[in-house]
Ligand binder design. Structure first.
Ligand SMILES: Nc1ncnc2c1ncn2[C@@H]1O[C@H](COP(=O)(O)OP(=O)(O)OP(=O)(O)O)[C@@H](O)[C@H]1O
Ligand SMILES: [Mg+2]
Length: 308
């Protein structure tokens, strides 16, 4: 438990930590689950949401079969009662909102259902909500990622394809935020055709649908929106710290130059064959093998996040 928190008034709104990354199989779920277990062990009341709406699998990693699923929330009229799908896990202070059953209608919830879910997550009686996202950059995934400006974790591996996908994911998230901010069909159309924020600002400067002073104002706002993004990078499956640093630096170089986004480096996790054994055994590696180097890395990540 945070020292400052012990004397403070009870929290009313949980912090939100979203774990995404763009590419499939990079380790988002393993990192979300192991961090959740570690932070809960420290006394924080954590809720883990499996927001992988098509192929959820946190239950498998936690070795636990839930009776209710996110489908049940989406099927409620008005989507008001998230507590109905909040399950106790075998771990103290850790509750789970299990993902969907993967049925087609639930993989694509309606906009109102998603808004209701996001609203209810913010109302949960918890200290921290950790959201495990699916791969890709679908609107559902982006909207969950955009629930928080500074607490989005981006999991990558040192592979070039993972770095590329993470860049595209961040770009899609930034453009989605811009689109939502302006709610302007003209800007929305422009955004769909461009690859970088710099290209977009050039177009805004030339666009005849704006007055001169509006163009200047829009460009300043765009920079402000981009700079308010502070995604935190975790490099997974590395063989050494240098490899992690190189991968994080490459991603940061591109996001800085092309999107005006300055990510923060949150740490790395070693590749360890035991991780996959832990998945199969249904016991998170931080519990069954706390002395492994990969477990120490999870502890470091939790520390850097400030959950002492
Ligand atoms: N540090 C690691 N060392 C070795 N294997 C790992 C590590 N982290 C994850 N893995 C393995 O990588 C695979 C994918 O992990 P995980 O399911 O967490 O990825 P994901 O990003 O959530 O995938 P998806 O996009 O499908 O949801 C698993 O088989 C897991 O055992
Ligand atoms: Mg996953």
């Amino acid at each position: 438990m945070h020292l400052e928190q012990q004397d403070a008034a009870p929290r009313t709104t949980p912090e939100i930590l979203v774990v995404g990354g763009g590419k499939g199989g990079v380790g988002k779920t393993c990192i979300a689950v192991n961090c959740a277990v570690e932070i809960a062990r420290r006394g924080w009341r954590v809720v883990l949401l499996d927001a992988d709406l098509s192929c959820s699998n946190i239950e498998t990693v936690l070795g636990y079969r839930a009776e209710v699923h996110l489908d049940d929330f989406f099927h409620q009229k008005g989507g008001k009662d998230l507590s109905a799908v909040l399950c106790q896990t075998p771990y103290e202070n850790l509750r789970l909102i299990p993902g969907t059953t993967g049925l087609l209608d639930v993989a694509n919830p309606r906009y109102q259902q998603k808004v209701a879910l996001i609203r209810e997550l913010r109302n949960l009686d918890a200290d921290l909500v950790i959201i495990d996202l699916d791969a890709g950059a679908h609107l559902n995934t982006l909207d969950f990622f955009l629930m928080t400006e500074t607490n989005g974790i981006l999991v990558i591996t040192p592979e070039r394809t993972s770095i590329d996908n993470a860049f595209k994911f961040l770009r899609a998230a930034l453009f989605r935020r811009i689109e939502r901010f302006y709610q302007s069909p003209e800007l929305g159309l422009l955004l769909r055709r461009l690859e970088t924020l710099s290209d977009f600002m050039e177009c805004v400067k030339k666009a005849d649908c704006f007055e001169d002073h509006t163009r200047q104002q829009v460009c300043e706002e765009l920079q402000r929106i981009a700079q308010s993004f502070r995604p935190k990078i975790v490099v997974n499956k590395v063989s050494n710290a240098y490899e992690a640093k190189v991968a994080a630096n490459i991603l940061a170089k591109y996001t800085r130059q092309l999107l005006c986004i300055e990510p923060e480096s949150l740490g790395f996790l070693y590749f360890d064959n035991y991780v996959s054994e832990a998945v199969n055994s249904g016991v998170p590696f931080i519990v069954s093998r706390p002395r492994l180097k990969v477990s120490a890395c999870v502890v470091d990540v939790a520390n850097r996040l400030g959950y002492f």
